[in-house]
Design a protein around this ligand. Structure first.
Ligand SMILES: [Zn+2]
Length: 396
């Protein structure tokens, strides 16, 4: 009898063995739904390969034509709105729109009060190196703390406020300034999950925002849930998180384009390019949950405890996501990736202490709330009551 069969006998409630992509290290329990082909290769790997078949010069021409239609006729308004966090992708978006295409973009930032010092430096530097007008939206800190706690309690995600803020406030600005064209970066579910093909030219939609980015919740769900959890939150606290009405969207004709459909998107190339051209800075300190130093400097919890929650929920974290991309880019072997995942995915990172103090929770309570969100496709209880899951390096 194999160890695997023995485990089933001891734990009849354990889920079926976790399936992993045979090329990258994506698990079947991926947060973005994935499928596998007959060779065991995941849909994300397949869609990533499509980038080699696209005629990117033709795409750029198409994109230029599209943008010209939105250029302000008399120069009395902005040509587009770009939501920016100050990360390397934001730099790349502004680089293309302002310095390659010569448009006049308005930059908009959601500031969720979690910036790392280097992330803030990068954000401020954008105003200098790109010479664009830039709006910062900084919600009330009390409201943010409440939303952090409620996000954990309602869906096991303290950063819902950020997903909502980033995907809402810039749209409000587009409506308020009568600027129809919005330039987003990659479509998240193309890059992770391979949900759409590069030939679909998928644009930003309310539905994708609501169902995926916002996990099916809106501001009013938070206001409604608040009293049940002993919190106070009113509609007037949530104005920046309210999506504009259909009438307003139609009146302005707001249209959100994902740049990765028109420009070949490769974070491993864009990062160093932005360092070289515009002085973008990577983190001086190493992160615990990923080996990359250029990602998510706008939010100290994104590479930290927010990502640990993904491990709790789906059984993997950012080390898996980043190694998958690096395998696809030919920068890492699957064996090297497995080792990174083995040492990083389970780590409870030290930014947890900042977060607990910030919102006034204990570690015990945090752990208790975490356990409510463990995916039964991933986790089961071991002999001593500890949480157990399948791992890529398990020998069977
Ligand atoms: Zn894969």
């Amino acid at each position: 009898m194999s160890d695997h069969d023995r485990k089933y006998l001891v734990h009849p409630e354990r889920p079926p063995k976790m399936r992993y992509c045979s090329k990258c290290v994506s698990p079947m329990s991926s947060a973005a739904p994935i499928t596998f082909d007959d060779d065991g290769i995941c849909s994300t790997c397949k869609v990533a390969d499509q980038r080699d078949e696209v005629d990117w010069d033709a795409r750029m021409k198409k994109f230029k034509r599209l943008c010209e239609r939105y250029r302000s006729k008399d120069g009395m308004n902005y040509d587009c709105v770009i939501p920016v966090s100050g990360g390397k992708d934001s730099y790349f978006q502004v680089h293309i729109m302002k310095n390659v295409l010569g448009l006049n973009p308005l930059l908009v930032t959601y500031h969720g009060n979690n910036y790392l010092p280097t992330g803030m430096e990068n954000l401020k530097n954008m105003r200098e190196v790109f010479g664009c007008d830039h709006i910062f939206f900084t919600p009330s800190i009390e409201v943010l703390k409440t939303m952090n706690r409620l996000g954990m309690l309602m869906m096991g995600d303290m950063n819902w406020h950020a997903h909502c803020g980033i995907n809402t406030y810039p749209i409000r600005v587009a409506v308020e300034t009568n600027t129809p064209l919005m330039i987003w970066g990659e479509h998240g579910f193309m890059d992770i999950g391979g949900m759409h093909s590069y030939n679909d030219f998928v644009e930003f939609t309310y539905r994708n925002r609501h169902e995926h980015d916002l996990r099916g919740f809106e501001w009013y769900d938070f206001v409604e849930a608040a009293p049940k959890f002993g919190e106070k939150l009113e509609a007037k606290d949530m104005i920046g998180f309210m999506h504009p009405s259909d009438e307003d969207m139609d009146r302005v004709g707001v249209r959100g384009i994902h740049l990765n459909n028109y420009v070949r998107w490769d974070a491993n190339e864009h990062g160093p390019m932005m360092v070289e051209m515009y002085g973008f800075k990577e983190s001086e300190e190493e992160f615990e949950r990923t080996y990359r130093r250029m990602s998510n400097l706008d939010d100290m919890h994104e590479n930290g405890i927010h990502d640990y929650l993904k491990y709790i929920k789906f059984g993997y974290g950012r080390a898996t996501d980043h190694t998958c991309k690096d395998i696809r880019a030919g920068l890492m072997t699957r064996e090297q990736a497995i080792e990174e995942v083995r040492i990083r995915d389970h780590v409870k990172s030290k930014d947890l202490w900042r977060w607990l103090e910030y919102v006034g929770w204990t570690e015990e309570y945090f752990d208790e709330v975490c356990d409510r969100y463990r995916d039964p496709r991933v986790w089961w209880k071991g002999e001593n009551g500890e949480w157990v899951k399948d791992n890529l390096w398990d020998k069977e």
